[in-house]
Design a binder for this molecule. Sequence first.
Ligand SMILES: [Zn+2]
Length: 329
Amino acid sequence: MSSPVEKFAIGIDIGGTKIAAVLLSEEGELAASSQVLTLAHEGPQAVFDKVAEQITDLARQKPGAVVGVGIGSPGKVDSSRGIVYDAVNLGWKEVNLTEEISNRIGGSLSVWIQKDTNLNALGEYYFGACQGCTDFVYIGVGSGLGAGIISNGQLITGGDWYAADVGHLSINPEGQPCACGGRGCAELVASGPGLVRVTRQMLANGSALSILSDQAELTPADILAAARKDDPLALEALREVGRVLGIIMSACTVILNPARFVIGGGLGVAGFDFIVPTIRAEMIRRTLPNHRGQMDMVRSQVESPAMGSACLVWYALSGKMLKVEAVIK
Ligand SMILES: [Zn+2]
């Protein structure tokens, strides 16, 4: 009797800077990975070519054992039609991603697509910080602020694919204009660029002495390094990030009653210890003890966003995906 053949999925994450790809087994074993620069200015066709090339290369490593491809994209991702809309940092207004990729890889593999932050949540659910937890919210604090919701074991995508777009909930409707067209969005504070903006404002106000005062260039890493040296201004700026996240997470708590929050993204992971105490304090101010439960908050454990993309294959094959018309095989 022959032993059952191990199955593999390919995951792709199309980011503004790089395209990450993984070959992942059903047990979560990372068999291979690759990464290329997105170079979105070369146009969508060039990006599709790169994605297809990575898929073909990875599929070759496990002939006959790869069962599908999951792709994560920013923007509004209509996974039932296979179309991505308004992926601003890729310069995409409307692209038929599923079809473009399927045509290029020769039609032998099924292709599913989903919003990138939703896939971050799936990655944590399958092989990260939320295994066995059927109700949680992933909060990604990086170049922007995004989220992904798993409720009752189901990925929540919304009526028009915009569920969990927490970065553009306005904290201050009279505040600064946001790229989305709104004002005072949470992302303007609770993100890497947001932290830099807040820190610059505080420096300009001269509200506290800081080792950052003389620095011409300022990055989130600089601000975190200053905070580790107990720089009062850096600590205050990080508290502001935590305060805004606390408002967003209070809203998530009363609406979804999650058992856990997992915090990811570059700033979310690196700044976790600085922001979590303020998040907790803000949630205590805004929610009832029964609603917020244990306020279980953990760091993201999935290293590559492409792993979450691969998990979309396992999720789709499990039959849990409600809207899957657009799978092209
Ligand atoms: Zn906005």
